[in-house]
Design a protein around this ligand. Structure first.
Ligand SMILES: OC[C@H]1O[C@H](O[C@H]2O[C@H](CO)[C@@H](O)[C@H](O)[C@H]2O)[C@H](O)[C@@H](O)[C@@H]1O
Length: 630
């Protein structure tokens, strides 16, 4: 049992139990088109089909009436153990009942691709493996006998539309229709009955006996696979993940498991048809319990994805970088040539935000948002994030693809034009625009990396111009962005701290022995932490346009580990890393935030930001340890 597990258990026994499982108790499955969250009781509480950003069909995560799909022993809610098959996103749950033991295996199926692929402007050449658009759940009775139960009650369109079920005429499965159109098919070797809007099945399995069910959404008129095929598909999916992971260079270190899990989460959040990565699987898991800080993260932020690629480079995973670079080359910029700060996973630009007032929200946190109004915000860090990625990719692949050069030019020009202007900042504050230090810092990164890329291309004129602008930005930040104590400030109008200034260390804005850099790292470690975990800023000192106090931000805590390692405080970095590893969910996953007081995860889950920062932090410490030994 991890520390957080123990705290959650203690909490559950002392307060009124919530009908919602703690966020960190969910297991994550993915087929790189969509993902599912499975509650400890075996219920799929979150699944959007066919893609990450589609409306949910199982939405109990946000409202207990918005759809669920349980497959597990009758009348038992607590499994004995839940683990991923090593090196995969395939989940195994072991149940002990009074009469026997049961093992349930769950996977969203990825396997050898069949048939033609639909071509859209953002579609990459088809990979050898692809999603089969199937959720397969198998059960085997390990000992004694166990009564297995299946309950499937979809709620289409975030629970708004219940299913109308019908037995399929030609095969042993049931089909759910919405507005008369077939939508889902459920196949199983359990005897199934239709009870209004739900399907229920129950059957006693004896030692050695197996059962399965398959939910399919790709072609609702096609017969779902039978038992043997379903079991084979779980093996193929296991193979798929292990083969993918084998391509990563993960050091033989005591942190190998969290590194592998983080890589698998990040890959699982990647949308295979375009190479775009969603920031997290979910929408509206609250950052403040019961509060309004609830956001839809099922989109691609240029910042999040470029930071993700930086992390994947640490693990030598180049293919994903290649894919995302193509996505960047394909997306439509805005009228002034700048990239939007975020896009849909299919490259669409418009992500209007609405609220779903018919949903209760996770533990009553309102509103539930679909879409994200930040899509047309001005956030000046985006150019630096993209150009840093292009340079990294160019260095690793030893070439600067011709398609990317116009992007280098346009983004460098955008950074040149905007660096003096205020913006909403990296945290997408919904208050007044400010002169955020981290935004200007990332404009410096944009021009610095662009100058290097121009040098590689042999364009010395541009290299020189961009280098000059980078120096002007640096001088401006050092003149206006440093407090009297010699610490980088949040924005030019305040002395408050902001963890995003740690990017100065991570992107090499100043040499690691620079006093201002060291002061900033010290100040954040000492004054911007709660129980040793890092806040992104103090909500009582920052007008971010929202009410309520949020938890500590996990990416910021991992950034501090990286920064401590970079400025030579290796012991402190290592201690903090070890502490952060103890608060992972029982399956090694991280949400966006950690409520250090209550010891629970908050915000969307699992969150790429947290996992990518874990990889970089571990990578920096491991590298420093190796260098120390030389
Ligand atoms: O806190 C306000 C903002 O919160 C979200 O943004 C955060 O998540 C983004 C995706 O991971 C990340 O790129 C950003 O840096 C974070 O602040 C939300 O998406 C915004 O709409 C909201 O204003």
């Amino acid at each position: 049992m991890t520390a957080i597990d123990a705290r959650i258990t203690a909490e559950a026994t002392t307060t009124v139990p919530s009908p919602f499982p703690p966020i960190a108790q969910y297991a994550f499955l993915s087929d790189c088109h969509t993902g599912a969250l499975i509650a400890p009781d075996g219920s799929v509480d979150w699944l959007c089909v066919p893609a990450f950003d589609s409306p949910s069909v199982f939405g109990s995560l946000l409202d207990r009436e918005a759809g669920m799909f349980r497959f597990g022993p009758y009348s038992i809610a607590h499994p004995t153990a839940r683990v991923y098959r090593p090196g995969t996103n395939v989940l195994e749950t072991t149940w002990r009942t009074t009469s026997g033991w049961l093992l349930v295996t769950d996977a969203l199926i990825v396997g050898p691709r069949e048939g033609a692929c639909v071509v859209t402007p953002h579609t990459r050449p088809p990979a050898d493996n692809d999603a089969a658009h199937l959720l397969v759940r198998t059960a085997v009775c390990l000992n004694g006998q166990v009564e297995l139960e299946l309950v499937c009650e979809p709620g289409f369109d975030y629970g708004r539309t219940p299913a109308a079920w019908a037995l399929a005429a030609d095969d042993p499965c049931v089909a759910a229709t919405v507005n008369g159109e077939p939508n889902l098919r459920l196949g199983s070797d359990l005897p199934l009955g239709i009870e209004g809007t739900r399907i229920r099945g129950r059957h006693v399995l004896h030692a050695g006996e197996r059962a399965y069910c398959v939910l399919s959404w790709a072609d609702p008129s096609a017969t779902p696979p039978g038992s043997a095929q379903a079991h084979a598909m779980i093996e193929a999916t296991t193979e798929y993940w292990r083969t993918w992971l084998a391509g990563a260079r993960i050091p033989d270190h005591r942190w190998r498991d969290p590194l592998q899990r983080s890589a698998l989460v990040i890959k699982g959040l990647t949308y295979m048809p375009t190479g775009a990565t969603v920031a997290a699987l979910t929408t509206s898991l609250p950052e403040t319990p019961g509060g309004e800080r609830n956001w839809d993260y099922r989109y691609t932020w240029m910042r999040d994805t470029t930071f993700t690629l930086k992390a994947l480079h640490w693990l030598n995973l180049e293919w994903e970088a290649e894919e995302f670079m193509q996505f960047v080359a394909d997306v439509e910029p805005t009228e002034d040539g700048s990239l939007q700060i975020m896009y849909g996973i299919d490259g669409r630009r418009d992500l209007p935000e609405s609220t779903r007032d018919d949903l209760s929200g996770y533990e009553g946190a309102h509103p539930v948002r679909v879409g994200n109004a930040a899509f047309d915000q001005r956030q000046n860090d985006v150019y630096g994030a993209v150009l840093a990625s292009i340079l990294l990719h160019t260095r690793h692949s030893r070439r600067l693809p011709r398609r990317l050069w116009p992007i280098v030019v346009s983004q460098a020009e955008c950074a040149t034009n905007v660096w003096q202007q205020p913006d909403q900042g990296i945290w997408e504050a919904r208050g007044e625009p400010q002169h955020y230090v981290s935004s200007k810092l990332m404009c410096w990164v944009a021009l610095d990396r662009a100058a290097t890329l121009a040098g590689i291309r042999g364009d010395n004129t541009r290299a020189e111009t961009w280098r000059d602008t980078a120096e002007q930005i640096r001088a401006d930040i050092l003149a206006h962005g440093v407090t009297e104590r010699g610490v980088l400030r949040q924005h030019y109008g305040t002395d408050s701290l902001d963890a995003s200034t740690l990017l100065a260390v991570l992107f090499g804005f100043l040499p690691p022995d620079d006093e201002r850099l060291r002061n900033t790292v010290e100040a954040i470690a000492d004054d911007l932490t709660e129980h040793g975990y890092v806040l992104r800023y103090r909500t009582d000192q920052t007008d971010d346009g929202m009410s309520g106090k949020e938890g500590t931000f996990l990416i910021c805590s991992f950034w501090l580990v990286s920064a401590l390692a970079a400025v030579g405080q290796l012991d402190r970095a290592r201690d903090m890393m070890e502490r952060l590893l103890t608060i992972a969910s029982p399956l090694g996953l991280y949400a966006e935030e950690f409520d250090a007081e209550a010891g629970r995860h908050l915000g969307n889950f699992p969150q790429a930001f947290s996992h990518l920062a874990l990889i970089e932090a571990a990578g920096r410490i491991i590298l420093a340890e190796v260098l120390q030994e030389l």
